[in-house]
Design a protein around this ligand. Structure first.
Ligand SMILES: C[S@@+](CC[C@H](N)C(=O)[O-])C[C@H]1O[C@@H](n2cnc3c(N)ncnc32)[C@H](O)[C@@H]1O
Length: 437
């Protein structure tokens, strides 16, 4: 990416135009996708260098930054931020300005794949054509022309090309938001039920059958199961509760396993998802209404059971028929699928330890300031936050694959806010040796 500001100023000066005029930026080859960019501001980050900077915003929610919108881009930078305070998260589109050179390598080795290569466009590698990065940051506050951000993975001085509000309604696949809401509802209902024995496959039909046959599912539905008696010993109520939970959980599991799961080779095609789901839900419905599972139970119990499963759809304000009708119109309820290496990386999280010396070092930060509530940190607000942020960074193993494999016994340094941290890595752990200002 080329910073066109000096170029633009030069052109304007040559042509005798005012360099203050912002409306005549040349649209050079815009239609071909050639874009001369103007950073709208530069990140002022708690990370000064790449080493130790989180690989994604989710690694360390305490990583903070400021972004001051540049006056040379907008006459009134604060006007450009009008309305943004109504959003909690923003997309930051930026330039990996410290890459050294542009990269046209078609394959890269993402750290989570621990040395295995994959296509650059299937990764979030910083080494990519055009060196464009995309981060979802929390918008803590806006003061005048400055955004206060947290959960960032960008270093000091990173040029920002654009900021956009994060809008789950637009930024998630159709149907995914409802799915999250259902999952939350189920989590609320689960109250300690253990479904870990439920088998996992990728086919919704197979899932439904297999789960219904599974011991853990049957146990959950059995009022005699260890948690099966409620406080007053009322079996029937517990059966109803368990059936509700079971139906919810079963539907959710089928939904998730049949849409989200998958290996790198075999993922469920997106267009199968809705039909699989409907068939699976129907099968569950049939199953739950049969006598063999209810035994001598009453119609009331049967209704209670089916209520649980139906309320998964009810959360969307839909009956089963409406759901089917909507589906036949949109054919497009598709949940996201993620390559398995992202969630099941061969690189495990590390245990993080502070040596007594390092813990003492951290305490000295407080002693350095006359006011005991203040520390030399610019972004971190307490020693506790510093400790948590350092832990979060190391937990995710910030080493490059090369360093992990070939330089195991070397010390690792990084800076976080005003702290310079020295640590080393052993088998499955990171140990902090020193923390200096
Ligand atoms: C893996 S990238 C992901 C960035 C972004 N979330 C994305 O998906 O595009 C994050 C890493 O890029 C590096 N990085 C951050 N800011 C950078 C910059 N301005 N120039 C070069 N590398 C940078 C840091 O090492 C950080 O760990």
């Amino acid at each position: 990416m080329l910073d066109i500001k000096p170029l633009l100023t030069e052109v304007k000066q040559k042509e005798g135009r005012s360099t203050e005029n912002h409306d005549d930026r040349p649209c050079v080859s815009l239609e071909r996708g050639n874009l001369l960019t103007v950073p709208i501001g530069y990140i002022d980050s708690c990370f000064s260098a790449k080493n130790g900077t989180p690989r994604q915003p989710t690694v360390c929610s305490l990583s903070r930054a400021r972004l001051k919108i540049d006056k040379t881009v907008f006459n009134n930078p604060e006007h450009s931020l009008l309305g943004l305070e109504q959003f909690s998260h923003v997309w930051i589109i930026f330039v990996f300005h410290k890459n050294g050179h542009l990269s046209y390598k078609a394959k890269v080795k993402p750290p989570r794949l621990n040395g295995v290569k994959t296509g650059v466009l299937s990764t979030r590698s910083p080494h990519r054509p055009n060196a464009i990065g995309l981060t979802l940051a929390k918008l803590e506050s806006i003061e005048g022309d400055t955004l206060h951000l947290s959960g960032i993975d960008t270093i000091q001085g990173t040029p920002v090309l654009d900021v956009k509000p994060y809008i789950p309604e637009y930024d998630q696949p159709v149907g995914e938001m409802e799915q999250h809401e259902q999952s939350n509802a189920v989590d609320g209902l689960q109250q300690g039920a253990d479904w870990s024995g439920v088998p996992v496959t990728t086919d919704a039909h197979a899932d439904a059958s297999e789960i219904m046959e599974s011991k853990s599912f049957r146990q959950q539905l059995n009022p005699k199961f260890k948690n099966g008696l409620n406080k007053e010993g009322r079996e029937q109520e517990v059966l109803n509760e368990n059936l509700d939970k079971g139906a919810f959980q079963l539907t959710r599991t089928v939904l998730q396993k049949s849409t989200v799961s998958g290996t790198t080779e075999g993922v469920v095609p997106r267009n199968c998802v809705d039909h699989n789901l409907i068939k699976a839900v129907e099968k569950i419905e049939q199953y739950l209404s049969t006598e063999d599972i209810l035994g001598d139970s009453t119609q009331r119990t049967r209704d209670a059971q089916l209520g649980g499963e139906r309320s998964v759809l009810k959360d969307q304000g839909l009956t089963m028929d409406q759901f089917k009708a909507r589906d036949s119109v949109t054919h497009n309820v598709s949940l996201s699928i993620v390559a398995s290496w992202v969630r099941q990386s061969p690189v495990a999280n590390l245990e993080v330890r502070f040596t007594p010396h390092a813990a003492k070092d951290l305490d000295l930060f407080q002693a350095m300031d006359a006011d005991p509530r203040k520390t030399p940190f610019r972004y971190l607000q307490s020693l506790e936050e510093a400790r948590s942020a350092i832990t979060a960074v190391l937990l995710a193993d910030p080493r490059s694959v090369y360093r992990r494999k070939h330089c195991q016994d070397q010390l690792f340094y990084f800076t976080l806010d005003a702290a310079h941290i020295t640590c080393w890595f052993g088998d499955g752990f990171a140990e902090i040796l020193r923390i200096k200002p």
